[in-house]
Design a protein around this ligand. Structure first.
Ligand code: PLP
Length: 389
């Protein structure tokens, strides 16, 4: 067996990585350390800060347990744990870009990432440019001498285009830019960004790792070259997380593999069924062979998760709202990755490039752990209500 257990099955690794029960009297789980102050044995060690833990903001045995578990999944040199998925986007960006730098962001990015770039980063003097999710190696033509970061997210938020991450990473790195990826959809179980040339992998741990719609948390994992700067940025900003939330995510991680398998199976079954339903123009799920980026997804990913979109055949906001209002099991609410199904109307008004055209309004579905036949019946209610307008 390799020392890091890396040739073991994913569920075995999820069950055992992060902490060693022998460190805490054999208790299976690590302690939830509530901490600001850490005491030093004497003035010399205090002056030298020569002990493992120095202050609560910089890490505790609880945050280390989660960070080490994520490192084992990502293959990263280090991971910071931050208070939300959005903070997992903003902290590395703030850490690596400076005034006068050029930042390339995929146009199909999670909207709050765009909002952060368009407001705070622009105010701080960063030049922000959006690129087509299908750019691939063509990113080389967009990279300038001052391009510091290429920010990717794949599949795309809401429209699920799959980016050619290896080609983008190769071209960006050749030009000296750092590649960041929001990998929340796949989790490190179904896509390992660092193995595909990405420098920094970002997760809204709020979604599948937490899994129960009751915790907000983010993780950012870096390769060796970027780790020191990322950790220093994290300490400088003081964006540490509460220990109970960190513990809840570590708890969620233990079952993430089995939950994801269920999300995957149910979402694929529903997506394939939806393709044949009246009133449906298209289903935007990258693991469906009909998806235009299916070949790229199949080449790079080893699974699919539980969220995708459906395009209604014709109509507009009235049909979209009728569909949503007819649902009885799917809740109308933001976020995803929890045990329960959710639906949201998709808004593409912020896009500059990746905006269709689509034959009708889009609805994003998060398929939870409920029974597939019940979810199909609920979606049928939505489609019938939209058709009745
Ligand atoms: C792709 C993606 N990244 C980041 C986030 C932000 O996560 P959080 O809700 O924890 O801030 C979300 C939330 O929906 C998301 O969909």
């Amino acid at each position: 067996m390799a020392k890091d257990g890396s040739e073991m099955g994913i569920n075995t690794r999820l069950a055992h990585s992060g902490n060693n029960p022998r460190d805490y009297f054999g208790f299976v789980n690590p302690p939830v350390v509530h901490a600001s102050t850490v005491l030093y044995p004497d003035a010399a060690s205090m002056a030298a800060r020569s002990q493992k833990y120095t202050y609560g903001t910089r890490g505790t045995p609880t945050t280390d347990a989660l960070a080490l578990a994520v490192d084992a999944l990502e293959g990263s040199a280090g991971t910071i744990v931050v208070p939300s998925g959005l903070a997992a986007v903003t902290i590395p960006l703030l850490t690596f870009v400076s005034a006068g730098d050029h930042l390339l962001i995929v146009d199909s990015v999670y909207h709050p990432t765009r909002n952060f770039a368009d407001t705070m980063l622009k105010r701080l003097g960063v030049e922000v440019e959006y690129y087509d999710p299908h750019v691939g190696a063509g990113i080389a033509a967009l990279v300038k001498p001052n391009t510091k970061v290429v920010f990717t997210e794949s599949p795309a938020s809401n429209t699920f285009e799959v980016q050619d991450i290896p080609a983008i990473a190769k071209a960006a790195r050749a030009a000296g830019a750092i590649v960041m990826m929001d990998n929340t959809w796949a989790t490190p179980l179904y896509f390992k960004p660092l193995d595909h040339g990405v420098d920094i992998s970002i997760h809204a741990a709020t979604k599948y790792p937490a899994g129960h719609s009751d915790v907000l948390l983010g993780t950012v994992s870096a390769n060796e070259a970027c780790w020191k700067q990322l950790y220093e940025g994290f300490c400088t900003l003081g964006c540490c997380s509460g220990p109970d939330d960190v513990y809840q995510v570590l708890r969620g991680l233990r079952t993430m593999g089995v939950r994801l398998e269920h999300h995957q199976k149910s979402a694929l079954a529903i997506a394939a069924w939806l393709e044949g339903q009246p009133g449906v123009a298209r289903v935007l799920h990258p693991a469906l062979p009909s998806h235009p980026d299916y070949a790229v997804w199949k080449r790079d990913f080893c699974g699919s998760s539980g969220i995708f979109s459906v395009v209604l055949k014709g109509g507009g906001q009235r049909q979209q709202h009728a569909f949503l209002d007819a649902l009885k099991i799917f809740g109308l609410g933001y976020s995803w990755g929890g045990y329960e199904s959710l639906a949201v109307p998709v808004f593409l008004g912020d896009r500059k490039i990746a905006k269709g055209p689509y034959d009708g309004p889009l609805i994003r579905l998060q398929i939870g752990l409920e029974d597939v036949e019940d979810l199909k019946a609920d979606i049928k209610r939505g489609l019938e209500a939209a058709a009745a307008i």
